[in-house]
Design a protein around this ligand. Sequence first.
Ligand code: HEM
Length: 481
Amino acid sequence: KPPSYPPGPPLLPILGNVLSVWSNLKRLKYHHIVWQYWSNKYGPILGLRLGLVNVVIVSGKDFIKEVSTRDVFDGRPNGFFYLMRSFGKKLGLVFSDGPTWNKTRRMVLQSLKRFGYGSRAMESNISEECRALVELRLAETGKSISVNHMFDVSIVNILWKLVAGKRYDLKDEQLIILCDLITRSFKVVDMSGGILNFLPFLRHVMPNVIGYTELKNIHNAIYSFLNITIQEHRATIDMKNPRDVIDMLLIETTADKKDPLTDEELQVICLDLLEAGVETVSNTAVFMLLHVVRNEKVQKRLQQEIDMEIGSCRQPTLSDRARMVYTEAVLLETLRISSVAAVGIPHMALDDAKLGNYIIPKGTFVLLAIHDLHNGRHWKDPEIFRPERFITKEGNLIQDEWLMPFGSGRRRCIGEGLARSELFMFLTHLLQSFDLKLPEGAPLPSTEPVDGVTLSAKDFKIIFEPRLKKYNSKKFYINIS
Ligand code: HEM
């Protein structure tokens, strides 16, 4: 029998499986759980048709690795939802493919490195933000703080120092509005792009209902912020001495280059970095606090390790990571149990391709069931937050190949190093200085996520209680910096 399209639930004319996605969503609440439910029924290569588009969901370590590492799956989907953020064209880094993607990825990585990505300069930039964050919490001692967006501006600052050479005050209103826009754009649909991808013509009929109007307004607002930054750079650039990634990219737009970057490409790259680099880290950092505040023993052990390896007289540094196995295990366990990129970023088959016993036609969207991979039977007790699962009897860290929060292969996340460094520094700085407490009488915050392009935690509050008297003074941070 010749290979066929992978099996899935029965199809309706035109709509395909759209209606059954909706009815199952009501029951199962999350897109990734709907995919998982059907994968359990139809197999690890699940074939759906959502409106006009073939969508395949791939589960299990081996198939996810295979899709991530075969060139034929290196494409990104042509869906309307992805294209509407980039002037209707396949531009930039995250949602482009082929030669555009190759060129852009190389250029962005080179520029990021040139301005300190992965270097001591980046570390001191992260330290500075951590110090500011701790100071802000100290200034609000005793208050119960809504933590769901507490890292947003710090994360933009860390990235924007490299990209735009800029830092914003943690209470900067414009930046808080920008972060809120990014968050909202991540909540309008899920990573499959929803109806905007599958029945895009509906935007002419019911633009508000399917999220088209909201997304368009959000993108316009984010682009006006980016364009102001780009214009400022254009007005002050010294072509011989670029100051940051935007300057480097502006140089690439000049006509004497062989294949110059267009202005639109420059804008989309900035949007890509902002969207890919902020919401993911922010949501993971918030989940990390959530698990720590829910698990008293985890918090105590983290603080013991911090006290032993760092003490209270100096700030944590990235070189502490190698000795702080338990802290690293807490990060890995957070990335596992609360996988914010639940289905990665969709890939697309660039040609007809065989996968397992099935044929994946050219143009099919391929989603990777990463949340499912991280919460399946391999982990024995996946629902329990247990950092020890990443530590050997001898006390060494286990690199488990079932853990792939950043994807793998050529389209692997470019921000992994930055994300891991940020998470380590946020956690160690906060727990060196504070005990995390729930407000009197508050229930344990729920680990159930909120659905969207990335998963996020439901709203909850924490009281940051200074651990030692001396932390209670701004002077301490000035002394040790
Ligand atoms: C905890 C934080 C993060 C997580 C969980 C995460 C996860 C991912 C995943 C799963 C992918 C898709 C891989 C694939 O297509 O197979 C990805 C791609 C990407 N990430 Fe991240 N990411 C994080 C942080 C960051 C940061 C801080 C940046 C900013 C520098 C970033 C920039 C990107 C970009 C530009 C891509 C697209 C790469 C490409 O298509 O070639 N990410 N990320």
